[in-house]
Design a protein around this ligand. Structure first.
Ligand SMILES: CC(C)(COP(=O)(O)OP(=O)(O)OC[C@H]1O[C@@H](n2cnc3c(N)ncnc32)[C@H](O)[C@@H]1OP(=O)(O)O)[C@@H](O)C(=O)NCCC(=O)NCCS
Length: 164
């Protein structure tokens, strides 16, 4: 059936390029208050230092269709930073984020990454739980870093993961 993952097997994770910018922008807009445009993604996904992977939702009869989630990192020499990771709301809590991150970590390690950084909102419990499963640890905090639509603010936590 279109749009569902078979829970008995891992989602299909693929490298993506600028042709996936529209799908990424759509999922990003569903996931963050301050969304990035299709043009933003086109330019990021064309970057030589950007490594991007996506989970592909299976269509009818096994045909691949839309993206269910994606992750983008920038790798400079042996230091990487996750720029963004998101799973479309209807595909969440099915292991897509974990599968994306596991594959992405292996890709980064294969390209020589020794350390990986990211920033996350202090109140983003789903993301923090995901990162904890992958051995990220907090190395800093920027108070009142994220401005919310209602005028309030939230701290950004800086996390780090070492590849050993
Ligand atoms: C964070 C996000 C990518 C997780 O994707 P997902 O596909 O739902 O994650 P998974 O199903 O693989 O879950 C992996 C683990 O993450 C944690 N997790 C995911 N969603 C959670 C939730 N709503 N509440 C608490 N923990 C959650 C759990 O530890 C989970 O493991 P478990 O299923 O064994 O309990 C997704 O919620 C998302 O896209 N959020 C909006 C964008 C975002 O916040 N990105 C991170 C910015 S730093």
């Amino acid at each position: 059936m279109f749009g569902f993952f078979d829970h008995r097997r891992q989602p299909d994770i693929r490298r993506i390029g600028p042709q996936s910018a529209q799908d990424c922008a759509q999922i990003h807009a569903q996931s963050f208050a301050h969304s990035w445009s299709q043009a933003d993604f086109e330019s990021l996904l064309a970057g030589r230092d950007v490594i991007a992977e996506a989970a592909v939702a299976a269509g009818p009869w096994g045909k691949s269709r839309k993206l269910a989630g994606f992750v983008l990192s920038r790798l400079v020499v042996d230091e990487a930073e996750i720029l963004t990771i998101a799973v479309a709301p209807r595909f969440r809590r099915r292991g897509v984020g974990s599968a994306l991150l596991a594959t992405h970590l292996a890709s980064l390690a294969g390209r020589g990454a020794k350390v990986l950084f990211l920033e996350v909102e202090a109140g983003n419990h789903a993301a923090l739980a995901l990162y904890a499963q992958f051995d990220f640890h907090q190395i800093g905090e920027r108070k009142a870093y994220y401005r919310k639509a209602d005028g309030s603010s939230e701290a950004a936590l800086m996390l780090r993961r070492d590849f050993v």
